[in-house]
Design a protein around this ligand. Structure first.
Ligand code: ATP
Length: 357
């Protein structure tokens, strides 16, 4: 079945959740955000585990929940793939997969045919006669995927489906999801904390924080121009919110931080804006550097962490903002850099992008 758009415009007052979001038809929407942001609650609203109060949930043209309507979970055409594969332990793999179509009224032969096709799709046909306890974590998750897809759902909910898998099984599962969800144009909502999942699987992202939508858009747009601290951290960039004045960003808060950079045409004077720059663009100095147009921000070093070939230096500004610089181990050693040292983070204006908040 081709996917259908999902609209969730709903509040859950006892959870502090109030969201308005759309999963586009036939696309994968990554649902991101810190712990407690409301990601599982959104899946629960779509699955029919939670009732909007008030609000509505629509799948395609059909309202499945609002003040007057309540479509029961099994009648919504929504499948859930959870972090841990939920399989019936006493049934063989093939019967686990055939269970959904059978419950929906399919005859034995028709259900067996669907189970066969879905197992082929999920690279799991060789596991058909096993019982769940005879499967590895990755195999069980492939079977759970086949089972989730067996009733030909209109919407697939993926709740951290790779979180409990090891690296190799996770990579195989990610490839499989890419093929059977993304390339097959099924509508899916994917909760994940992993940037690789977002990049590999998601066409669009919605970022939640404190039960509210703080960002929503195409994956590339949101990750290259993050507006919330959470997304900036996920995308690995420094983000400084503030106001555009005289062609530069004045940071919000008590600090006197002013950042010069490449200002997007869409920015309006005196309007809220953000400045973003990569930790790799930041140099660490004892004193403000002169010369080329550089931004200089005084910080106190709060941590040093080895990340791949570089050392990530985190520095806190006077008003408590934490910025990151990635520098070579040699520079750390040459400077005898240590936690609690006072330094200047310098970044060339050409490395800073300023765009509307
Ligand atoms: N069963 C529940 N009853 C009441 N409140 C809940 C329940 N589950 C979660 N909450 C609250 O609802 C809010 C949203 O939680 P939710 O589980 O949707 O967040 P999440 O983004 O999925 O978090 P995580 O990444 O930790 O799974 C939080 O304030 C949480 O404490």
């Amino acid at each position: 079945m081709t996917g259908e758009a999902v609209h969730v415009r709903a509040a859950l007052p006892d959870r502090g959740v109030d969201v308005d979001l759309v999963a586009p038809a036939g696309r994968v929407l990554a649902v991101l955000g810190p712990n407690g942001a409301g990601k599982s609650s959104v899946l629960g609203l779509v699955a029919g585990l939670l009732r909007p109060d008030p609000g509505s949930v629509r799948i395609g043209d059909r309202v499945v929940a609002d003040a007057r309507t309540w479509v029961r979970p099994p009648d919504r055409g929504v499948a859930l793939l959870a972090q841990r594969p939920l399989l019936f332990p006493h049934l063989r793999v093939v019967d686990n997969v055939a269970f959904g179509p059978r419950s929906a009224g399919a005859g034995q032969r028709a259900a067996a045919r669907v189970a066969h096709d879905r197992l082929v799709e999920a690279d799991a046909l060789d596991l058909a006669d096993r019982r769940p306890h005879e499967l590895s974590g990755g195999q069980a998750q492939r079977v759970a995927l086949a089972r989730a897809l067996a009733p030909d759902p209109r919407v697939v909910l993926l709740d951290e489906p790779l979180a409990s898998l090891d690296v190799a099984a996770g990579a195989a599962m990610r490839r499989l999801l890419r093929r059977v969800v993304r390339e097959a144009a099924r509508t899916a909502l994917l909760v994940t904390h992993d940037l690789v999942d977002v990049l590999a699987l998601a066409d669009a992202v919605v970022v939640l924080d404190g039960g509210r939508v703080v960002e929503q858009g195409a994956t590339l747009d949101v990750l290259t121009r993050p507006r919330s601290p959470f997304t900036a951290q996920l995308a690995g960039v420094n983000l400084v919110p503030g106001t555009l004045r005289e062609g530069a960003l004045r940071a919000s808060g008590a600090s006197a931080v002013v950042l010069h950079g490449l200002v997007d045409d869409a920015c309006r004077p005196s309007a809220a804006a953000v400045a973003a720059f990569s930790p790799r663009a930041v140099a660490v100095h004892r004193d403000p550097p002169g010369g080329s147009p550089r931004n200089a921000v005084r910080v106190r070093v709060v941590s040093l962490e080895h990340t791949g070939e570089l050392v990530r230096v985190r520095g806190r500004t006077a008003d408590g903002r934490v910025l990151a610089a990635d520098i070579t181990p040699a520079s750390v050693a040459a400077d005898a850099l240590a936690v609690d040292d006072e330094r200047v983070f310098a970044v060339k204006a050409a490395e800073v992008t300023i765009y509307p908040a």
